[in-house]
Design a protein around this ligand. Sequence first.
Ligand code: NAD
Ligand code: TDX
Length: 341
Amino acid sequence: MKLLVTGGAGFIGANYVRMLLERGGDRVVNLDLLTYAGNLENLAGCEDRPDYRFVRGDVRDRALLDRLLAEERIEAVVHFAAESHVDRSIDDPREFLDSNILGTQTLLESARRAGVARFLQVSTDEVYGSLGPTGLFTEDSPLAPNSPYAASKAAADLVCRAYHHTYGFPVLVTRCSNNYGPYQFPEKLIPLMIANALEGRPLPVYGDGRNVRDWLYVRDHCEAVDAVLRRGRPGEVYNVGGNNEMQNIQIVRLLLELLGLDESHITFVKDRPGHDRRYAIDATRIRDELGWAPRHRFREGIRATVDWYLANRAWWEKVRSGAYREYYDRLYGAGGRHTST
Ligand code: NAD
Ligand code: TDX
């Protein structure tokens, strides 16, 4: 298939592009704006393949999209591109609404006009809001996003829904829980904690550390996206989860254990405003309809992830320099939102 992957230089997108190229049989055009989160080093070794092309550009650039879709005779779009970090959305929501909502609509419109046969919107469990101590999100759970990031993703999902309902455009939506694995930008919990631990910095746990996330190895998410893209029912939403609920503090302790460090490195800091307490996914639909299930056990996946960050120190040291330092100091430094409690 001839695929346009957006956001393919980011964490999940790069893992997805790598998976497709490993497997072979598709042509992959990767459109990415290379924001702070996009990094072509995530795709090192792919550049010269005849079945791959990188284009730097914005999903809000309609003229570019029209040209690219026609020129490459694109048959399917997998839309990863987005502003993805909740803390940044709390600091400055505007770019999230712009990129995530208008970006999705621009891409939908261009793809519809070009007669694209499948359009997959990569969404998140955060659109459902927060759970209490029990229960799971199903595809029928009401949308109740709590952060500007989550609101922007929910809005984009609704625009996708409208394009299917109004124009019959073959849109599919996946809503996945928290991913972890190689190439994740070290602003997110797991790589941030690993990098801080390796640099001898404190590990900043928000609030009481008992917020729960359902962690899924990135490769399992990529396989779910691909299954839905090729075999899912247009107009449908598919939840994707690891059936692996953990409190943040458990994750941080486990990382310290794997790194051979003690708990003195943990520091509890001021909570994230509006911090969702618990996410948990019911992934029955994708399992029953498409036969998808996670293939990586958490213990193995997290060990592989720690090993990857140990072996790729140059990768994360580079992305943590420059502009990242300013961001980190603003949020976690003296007077920042996440100062020690
Ligand atoms: P990321 O921040 O690592 O990567 C995002 C990529 O999109 C970057 O390469 C960036 O340059 C690119 N991008 C941003 N705005 C763009 C624009 N306007 N035009 C073109 N490219 C643009 O994000 P990620 O963690 O890989 O997440 C990818 C997608 O998966 C997002 O849509 C996110 O909402 C969703 N998702 C992420 C998770 C998770 O745990 N990380 C879980 C569920 C869903
Ligand atoms: O320094 C930290 N300390 C901390 O305690 C950071 C960065 C996070 N946390 C907590 C907040 C969350 O409860 O860890 C948990 C995970 O935080 P993030 O890695 O920021 O992820 P989350 O907010 O859960 O959102 C992620 O999963 C869903 C992705 O960033 C989203 O793109 C995805 O949609």
